[in-house]
Design a protein around this ligand. Structure first.
Ligand SMILES: [Zn+2]
Length: 281
């Protein structure tokens, strides 16, 4: 049994110097995206991997201290780009979403969460603990905006542990116990950062979220600019994770690498520009 379909959505973009994303880049400004994934499992229904950015990020960053977030990163996240609107365009109502997996709780990954009030929230224990305790200035300094989280976060959340060692290079967790969706421990970028392996038809995907920001970091060994170390939770661990992703893809090259912010992945998996997405299957 496999998943019915899997689709990648771009929820917004921001301008950044290319050099920040990977060491071989120039200082010209390029667009960084905010990709998310929706899939339909035959028994568990609509499942999301992250919810990207959403217009409410503008609202919650209007005042101090959250305004600091806007001064560092400002996404163009118009309403029509929001995941909830794009899903509705594809016939998926907010109430149809049964489960959302979060790679981590940075604002540009949880921005759309409040649009899906019925969904169970799945994330790592470290990410959940981080979300529960971070508040105020310290939260913003860690790219987390608590106002994006629902009041019933605790009741709706399920922390999962990637304790399965059967996969080469990574500890993982078989989300539905049927091998269709495997969550993968990808530490370094943020507390409890995880990725997702899944396949739709012949296509296999490795959604690595922010384990790297640009595909070239994995394919060409070009790490992000050292200045970004300020926002990376553990640089050394991140490097180790990138190395293991490279080895994994060398051993299983049929997987397509999809970092959440990568312009190359956006160009490759979204056809016809922003908001016009290609159905994987
Ligand atoms: Zn992040």
């Amino acid at each position: 049994m496999g998943i019915d379909w899997c689709k990648i959505y771009d929820t917004g973009r921001c301008k950044v110097p290319e050099r920040l994303l990977f060491s071989g880049g120039s200082w010209r400004t390029i667009f960084c995206h905010a990709l998310t994934v929706a899939l339909r499992h035959p028994r568990h229904g609509i499942v999301l991997f992250d919810t990207g950015v959403a217009p409410r990020i503008e609202e919650v960053t209007a005042h101090w201290p959250n305004r600091m977030y806007r001064s560092v990163v400002q996404f163009d996240c118009r309403p029509e780009m929001s995941l909830v609107r794009q899903l509705q365009g594809d016939g998926v109502a907010p109430g149809d979403v049964s489960l959302i997996v979060f790679s981590h709780v940075h604002a540009d990954h949880v921005g759309g969460l409040l649009d899906f009030p019925n969904a169970e929230i799945v994330l790592s224990q470290d990410a959940l603990s981080f979300a529960r305790k971070m508040r105020g200035l310290k939260a913003v300094m860690n790219a987390y905006l608590p106002e994006l989280m629902p009041a019933d976060l605790n009741a709706r959340s399920r922390a999962v542990a990637c304790g399965d060692t059967s996969l080469s290079y990574f500890n993982s967790f078989d989300l539905f116990g049927d091998g269709t969706v495997r969550l993968v421990d990808l530490p370094g970028h943020a507390p409890g950062h995880i990725g997702m392996l899944t396949s739709a038809g012949e296509k296999r995907y490795f959604f690595v979220a922010d384990a790297c920001w640009h595909s070239r970091t994995v394919t060409h060994g070009e790490l992000p600019h050292r200045a970004t170390g300020l926002i990376v939770y553990d640089w050394k661990v991140m490097e180790s994770t990138i190395c293991r992703i490279r080895k994994f893809l060398a051993s299983q090259p049929e997987h397509n690498l999809v970092p959440s912010h990568c312009p190359l992945a956006t160009e490759k998996y979204l056809v016809g520009g922003r908001g016009d997405v290609r159905q994987v299957v």
